[in-house]
Design a protein around this ligand. Sequence first.
Ligand SMILES: [Zn+2]
Length: 225
Amino acid sequence: MPHTWDPSSATPEQALQRLVEGNRRFQKATGTPSGRTWSRQLATEAQRPFAIILGCSDSRTPVEILFDEGFGDLFVVRIAGNIVAPSVVGSIEFAASQFGSRLVVVMGHTGCGAIAATVMAIETGLGPESKNIRSITDRITPHIEGLVRPEVLRPERREGLIREAVRANVLASADHLRHGSRLIEELVLAGRVAVVGAEYELETGAVHFLDSLPLTVASPQSRET
Ligand SMILES: [Zn+2]
């Protein structure tokens, strides 16, 4: 299995704990700026991000900032709607296999425009005019179309619908990553990597994790490539 295995890599639980603590510091605005200072060392040392995050491109969801992390800490893929397109899977496979990162987080956020656009497309039957934008909404559609029913499209229920759809899209994307990539599936089955879903709440700055980690995660025993 092509996986750089380093016994000193953070376990999925340790990585998740670090993310939770970083998000708490961010919410309390007590983050230290030390991790955000450029250093020549960054160019000479191999990168060892402790987690891989798939997030949305939304300008209000800057991943490193909301986890209070700096250079080299997180391997981040951002794309509208945090969709799992082939090049996204490839980026995550690359990081999971090369850098020893053992936690993958798929993170959506409240008020996501890509999700709202997909709801609109399902509701009206008219997708976005651009086929490139449609390639995004088309990936989200199967994850949420079961939620879009006439009674929840009323204005007073629309916000709740979007929130539910954001979570459904995150959970389906995380599942897709676990099973749609042979490499990641093998790493998950071997207990080397865990994939979890999360939701960033624009209204509070809090990240809510939607999955709990499996209780049995193998301990690193040896280094192999
Ligand atoms: Zn978004």
